[in-house]
Design a protein around this ligand. Structure first.
Ligand code: GLU
Length: 439
């Protein structure tokens, strides 16, 4: 905790200029939402005007065209993005998503969040994010492979183990990472494992990486329960999203003794007052892909899940699901943000008012990138750890980071999100001050 902030030594006396105090926040502009939180933290830190300008500008924004031959022979051109938000603390790090909703604005916000996330857990990476505008459900596996390889080739001078390291995100997985690693390695004329993380174990992936984000959510939730003096056993949880984060989070939380009373994915939401059998739900989705038809509970409205009377809500799907329209109806005492940006800036003060304890995304879901870091370290050292070591080191980092953020939040009487941003922005700013300005 050596670098926990002492704001008085930071304040330069110069006020932060150029800040758009009257910014009108909309509920679907992730970059504005990110900026609103950043601005607040910058203000509290007394960040000087020069650094403020530097930290609010993404370092590099790349847009590429991705032409591929469809299976039927016609040509289609997709659009891909990669944004490197800040690389002062180390190589850029962040996932790649395949989704129709991908926009440059969203990728910029996600890249900034990666920057703050890596800084909150104090791993030596900057932040990046990538996305391709496509509907993976409408593409064959070979088409997805061609998109991935062409996107990788277009970014061949950007990505690399020392410069920018992609990972899985929405609708991308180990197989996509294998294609990226192979394409990059073909260009480099040697096998470069450390260019991506979240790879299959057989080719240098880390044990525990697939479960890491959900595991981090469980650990952060356990810390929050302890802080609030709530028992773990019998804690009622609702989980939105049953992908890599939600399904693992639900599974590990129920194994800890919590009762997961509702789960959902794109196809359905399932409610069971006595607790959904998560092992059975996992078996169901392995066989049927989606939750629809799962017999382990009653179907419920997907949006109603968010406002259920529970102790813990784990939104683990997409952005903006807790917003100005439904924030006042949230009944959970704790929100653990498994997704990136599930709560809009508009919703923050409403949740504060209600006394909801929010574990912000840049802390709650940092388990994934933390084990990505472990994977990168293992690749570079060519020495692999057992799963218990990975899980134990992950738990230590999430627990310590939670306590660091909690300490700041108490010291400055701010919520956990603001405290996490303060910690992150201060760490990134400190490196900028030390490195100085290259001109
Ligand atoms: N996509 C994940 C995230 O948003 C993981 C990123 C990574 O491991 O680089 O944190």
């Amino acid at each position: 905790m050596s670098d926990i902030i002492n704001t008085s030594s930071r304040a330069s006396g110069q006020s932060v200029i150029g800040r758009d105090k009257d910014r009108v926040l909309s509920d679907d502009k992730p970059f504005e939402d990110m900026m609103a939180r950043f601005d607040h933290a910058a203000e509290l830190l007394g960040l000087d005007a020069g650094l403020y300008k530097v930290l609010r500008a993404p370092e590099k924004q790349i847009i590429v065209s991705i032409p591929i031959n469809r299976d039927k022979g016609d040509v289609e051109v997709f659009t891909g993005y990669r944004v490197l938000y800040n690389t002062s603390r180390g190589p850029a790090k962040g996932g790649i998503r395949f989704d129709m909703r991908v926009t440059l604005d969203e990728v910029k916000a996600l890249a900034a969040w990666m920057t703050w996330k890596c800084a909150v857990v104090n791993i030596p990476f900057g932040g990046a994010k990538g996305g391709v505008v496509c509907d993976p459900t409408a593409l064959s596996l070979t088409e997805l492979e061609r998109i991935t390889r062409r996107y990788t080739a277009a970014l061949i001078d950007v990505i690399g183990p020392e410069s920018d390291i992609p990972a899985p995100d929405v609708n991308t997985n180990e197989r996509v990472m294998a294609w990226i690693m192979d394409t990059y390695s073909m260009h480099m004329r040697r096998s470069v494992t450390a260019v991506v993380t979240g790879k299959p174990i057989e080719m240098g992936g880390s044990l525990g990486r697939r479960e890491a984000t959900g595991r981090g959510c469980m650990i952060a939730t356990r810390e929050a329960l302890q802080h609030l003096g709530m028992p773990v056993k019998g804690t009622r949880v609702a989980v939105q999203g049953f992908g890599n984060v939600g399904s693992v989070g639900a599974d590990l939380m129920s194994k800890e003794g919590m009762t997961v009373i509702a789960i959902s994915d794109n196809s359905a939401a399932i409610y069971n007052k006595k607790g959904v059998d998560i092992t059975a739900a996992l078996a169901w989705t392995r066989e049927h892909r989606y939750l629809k038809g799962f017999p382990g509970g009653e179907p419920m409205g997907k949006n109603d899940l968010l406002t259920l009377d529970v102790d813990v809500l784990l939104p683990a799907a997409v952005e903006n699901v807790i917003n100005r329209n439904n924030a006042k109806d949230i009944k959970a005492k704790i929100i653990c943000e498994g997704a990136n940006g599930p709560t809009t800036a508009h919703a923050d003060p409403i949740l504060d008012e209600k006394g909801v304890f929010v574990i912000p995304d840049i802390l709650a879901n940092a388990g994934g990138v933390t084990v990505s870091y472990f994977e990168w370290v293992q690749n570079r050292g060519a020495y692999y750890w057992d799963e218990a070591t990975v899980n134990e080191r992950l738990a230590r980092i999430i627990r310590n980071s939670f306590q660091d953020v909690l300490t700041l939040s108490t010291r400055h009487s701010v919520n956990m999100r603001t405290a996490a941003y303060m910690l992150a922005v201060d760490r990134v700013a400190a490196v900028h001050r030390l490195r100085g300005m290259y001109a």
